[in-house]
Ligand binder design. Structure first.
Ligand code: UN1
Length: 505
């Protein structure tokens, strides 16, 4: 299965992991092996970039930008449309490759490709809507308006858990805005990025713009550091942990560059006594155990109204027992492996810590000694004072806590440093409105009767506080990838100064 897939995407063993208008045939960095987390066997390896190779990538991206920004936006849209069509054709196979490399189940692997396709469709529409405002000038015969110009090279640093979609949020918007981009993917998912670059670059080559999207796989965080410190890159978009974001964000701001950060989440859901319990149960199940708890939007803290706590927990535990853990490409499996041994160790550590702090494991709690990095989806009865619930552990651990007043539940929801996603399940309009009011959730995403994960691309995605404040994908996020210019034109013969200032000879 793996060899056929690699062949299909033209990936040979020790393929180049550096694309600068074309594949650099022999990148001079270390070899990086991609491991299938379901069986710990290598999928393939790629050659990573040296500093010299990085310079080649930047040179190509500079050239790419110079040419690409001259292409009218609707024409750029047409090329992005072709990329969307190519992704549609490859959805099944690319989805399978993502499943193999990340361990997410088939429908989620394909869902990720769908998210890329959605971005292409969205960007095509946007290509005729990159418009600015016209303002009323205070001066006679003056016109005041703003326009948006392409920004330059966008650096994209992405995480293993969404190795395709998050790149598309950024690179496709950047491209529609007339920017070129340099992608530094996670070292856990190099093969997916090589396959994507292969698909995208063949379309770009046919259209005479092979140097708009580039790839720079590097060992560790090397290329992320190079990008963060590089003044030629006006915008750096990064997805990952809060720790990573703090280091990277401060490097970018040292040079007064812009960063777009999508960092850790520690998302909560509140289940009111008036909720539709069946609906809430299904949503909790997907948000907490889906993707093996490895989404930044994963549900990690669950607040149950004390009148339904026992009943809901019983149903939830029963549902957890029905979650089939196994090879993610198999029909019926709902949870694949974690990404690495390290991820399993961190999960086991968090469970021990939770127990020490007074938590009680209700379901799961163990690694599954098998051929891959499998674990049991875990429910822990906790209390809001436990330190461990402040942390994002990238694993399927759900901390459950009772509440009595909605006010308390909202306080608990907001009582962590992260501020990405949140949800309430209720049939009470008053409760829903309270949750969405300024007194309610302090997160970038606030949902009613829908889980914390699985957002559509049409809205702006991102969060507050330690989540980093960035917004990506839909709505008006394209503005991040352009530079705004405010223009004042004097159509009259007089020179008038604003604010009534006089400066006459
Ligand atoms: C992430 O985990 O970094 O809302 C992104 C979601 C997905 C994106 C997750 N559409 O869960």
């Amino acid at each position: 299965m793996i060899n056929e897939l690699l062949e299909k995407f033209g990936i040979h063993h020790t393929h180049s992991g550096v694309y600068a208008g074309d594949w650099i045939t022999r990148p001079e960095g270390m070899e990086i092996e991609s491991i299938n987390p379901s069986d710990k066997k290598p999928i393939a390896s790629v050659m990573s970039a040296s500093r010299k190779n990085y310079e080649q990538v930047v040179a190509s991206a500079v050239e790419g930008f110079e040419k690409w920004r001259k292409v009218p936006a609707p024409k750029r849209g047409d090329i992005i449309r072709q990329i969307g069509a190519a992704l549609r054709k490859n959805k099944k196979d690319l989805g399978l490759l993502i499943t193999l490399e990340t361990g997410k189940i088939l429908s989620e692997g394909q869902g990720e490709v769908q998210e890329m396709i959605d971005m292409c469709d969205f960007a095509l529409g946007l290509s005729r809507q990159l418009h600015g405002l016209t303002m009323a000038s205070e001066r006679k015969d003056h016109r005041l308006f703003e326009q948006w110009h392409p920004l330059g090279i966008v650096g994209i640093i992405s995480a293993f858990n969404f190795p395709a979609a998050v790149w598309a949020w950024n690179s496709i918007l950047a491209a529609i805005c007339g920017d070129s981009s340099i992608w530094k993917p996670s070292t856990h998912t190099p093969v997916t990025s090589v396959a994507i670059l292969g698909i995208v670059s063949s379309i770009m080559r046919e259209n005479g713009h092979a140097d708009v999207f580039s790839l720079c796989i590097s060992e560790m965080h090397l290329a992320a550091e190079w990008i963060a410190e590089d003044r030629r890159i006006p915008l750096v978009s990064a997805t990952g942990s809060c720790e990573m974001g703090k280091v990277l964000g401060s490097k970018v701001s040292q040079r007064l560059g812009r960063s777009l950060l999508e960092l850790g989440g520690n998302n909560a859901a509140i289940i009111s006594h008036s909720a539709n319990m069946e609906q809430a149960l299904r949503a909790v199940l997907f948000s907490a155990a889906g993707t093996a708890g490895q989404r930044c939007t994963t549900l990690r803290r669950l607040f149950l109204h004390d009148s339904i706590e026992i009943m809901f927990l019983e149903k939830l535990r029963e549902a957890y027992r029905g979650i089939k853990v196994g090879d993610p490409w198999e029909e019926g499996v709902l949870m694949g492996p974690l990404i690495s041994e390290n991820a399993v160790d961190k999960m086991m550590w968090a469970i021990q810590e939770a127990k020490k702090q007074g938590g009680k494991v209700l379901t799961g709690g163990n690694r599954i000694l098998d051929k891959g990095y499998f674990v049991e989806p875990t429910i822990i009865l906790a209390n809001p004072e436990m330190q461990i619930i402040q942390q994002e552990t990238f694993a399927p651990i759900l901390y459950v806590m009772p509440y009595h007043n909605l006010e308390d539940a909202i306080r608990y929801n907001n009582g962590v440093h992260q501020g990405l996603s949140s949800a309430i399940f209720t049939d009470s309009l008053r409760e829903a409105e309270e949750f969405l009011s300024y007194r309610g959730s302090d997160c970038g995403l606030a949902n009613v009767n829908i889980g914390t994960s699985g957002a559509e691309i049409g809205g702006a995605f991102g969060g507050e506080k330690d989540t980093g404040g960035g917004r990506e994908s839909g709505s008006d996020c394209w503005k991040n990838y352009m530079r705004r210019q405010t223009c004042t034109i004097n159509g009259g013969n007089q020179l008038q100064l604003a604010q009534g200032v006089r400066f006459d000879l």
